[in-house]
Design a protein around this ligand. Structure first.
Ligand code: UD1
Ligand code: UDP
Length: 359
């Protein structure tokens, strides 16, 4: 089979890494990078570190408003699909690259397999929710990371070719786990269990001054050392609203550039608490058994909250501070989002369903 994977943003490079290996064993695998993320630390570093081959195409779309970025992706992806004529397209997660890849393929009647199908926040104000709902409704094969995701699809009438396979990001993490190192903490001036690792990049937080300021105030007022690897989107808003002074005067918040996967996940593993609005980081915190404070109103990874390893606090300074001190797991972790065989299950599911779709 000729399979084209369409990727473009940081979490998608991490998700494609284990699949790239597995697909290439038996199929012709074409990697199409939309160029949505283009800074070295958001893109190329993951290809190098996770041994992902250079993309066959980099469409170099770059940044823009949602319509501008997605529209330009659609045109460029269509051109490649018309030329390469893949039998199947795989899209990952919920970014604008996911939506553009799925739309372009659907209009050319190329079957789509959606990795991370069925996740829902039930908040249609999130660009990611719009992207994932539309992508699911034009896909043919649904690779769900959890039972909850499959149940969400069933509620929307999607019941055929739905497979609960687990999460490839967790497989990627398991793949590098041996390389994670406590000794790396000294490079960041912290010691095990004595610091908070924080990330913020969600549009609802970075594009609303009051929300971003409240999150930064909470981090600045907490007693622990805070490491904050900054997404460029957040760095831009901090500059725009002059929030650097707040950070600099705090003395406890250390701004870092976006980190490579092994450095970042090493910091996750040894943190006292993680504060984030990232989807991937919430489930990695759960995997490591590190309490997580999520600065959002809802999450797609509801098992992490149900088990008490994650609390949803929105962008409320007091609630964030209180949660940092009080988040305690209520039970052991009841789900395993992934293991070492997620990619293998995905390829087997695709092979089986592709035969059915053809007949
Ligand atoms: C995107 C995804 C989000 C995902 C995140 C992963 C969408 C709608 N959002 O958000 O779901 O969680 O990626 O990190 O697809 N920028 C740079 N350098 C880059 C890339 C971006 O400076 O290499 C800056 C630009 O100012 C850009 C802004 O970041 O306008 C936002 O980038 P964009 O790709 O639109 O969305 P993300 O916030 O990264
Ligand atoms: N990540 C990383 N370096 C960082 C921040 C995050 O390698 O500085 C990894 C993290 O371990 C996880 C993924 O990026 O695997 C999450 O991506 P992100 O938070 O950008 O997107 P989301 O998961 O919210 O879509």
């Amino acid at each position: 089979m000729k399979i084209a994977s369409i990727i473009g943003a940081r979490p998608q490079f991490i998700k494609v890494a284990p699949l790239q290996n597995e697909i290439s064993k038996r199929h012709d695998h074409l990697l199409i990078h939309t160029g949505q993320h283009y800074d070295y630390e958001l893109s190329k570093v993951f290809f190098e570190e996770l041994s992902i081959p250079d993309p066959d195409y980099n469409l170099e779309i770059g940044s823009g408003s949602h319509a501008n970025q997605t529209g330009r992706m659609l045109m460029a992806i269509e051109e490649v699909l018309l030329k390469e004529k893949p039998d199947l397209v795989i899209v990952y997660g919920d970014t604008n690259s996911t939506l553009a890849g799925a739309l372009a393929a659907a209009k050319l009647l190329i079957p789509i397999a959606h990795v991370e199908a069925g996740l829902r926040s039930f908040n249609m104000k999130m660009p990611e929710e719009i992207n994932r709902v539309i992508t699911d409704h034009i896909s043919s094969i649904f690779l769900c990371p959890s039972n909850t995701a499959a149940q969400n699809l069933a509620r929307e009438g999607i019941v055929n070719r739905v497979h609960v396979v687990g999460d490839t990001m967790i497989q990627c993490l398991i793949g590098v786990e041996k390389k994670l190192s406590k000794s790396l903490l000294q490079n960041f001036g912290v010691t095990e269990n004595n610091y908070i690792l924080a990330t913020i990049h969600r549009q609802e937080n970075t594009d609303v001054k009051e929300r971003l300021e409240a999150i930064i105030r909470a981090l600045s007022n907490c007693k622990l050392e805070v490491l904050l690897p900054l997404h460029p989107r957040t760095a831009k808003s901090i500059r725009l609203w002059g929030l650097e002074d707040l950070i600099n005067s705090s003395g406890n918040v250390k701004i870092l550039p976006p980190l490579n996967f092994i450095a970042f996940t090493s910091l996750e593993k040894y943190a006292r608490t993680i504060v984030t609005d990232s989807g991937g980081v919430q489930k990695e915190a759960y995997y490591f058994g590190v309490p997580c404070v999520t600065v959002r109103e809802e999450t797609e990874w509801i098992e992490t909250v149900r088990d008490g390893w994650n609390v949803l606090v929105g962008a409320d300074e007091e609630k964030i501070l209180h949660a940092i001190c009080s988040v305690r797991p209520r039970s052991s972790r009841t789900v395993q989002y992934g293991d070492g065989n997620v990619a293998q299950r995905i390829v087997e599911s695709i092979e089986k369903d592709f035969e059915e779709l053809r007949s």
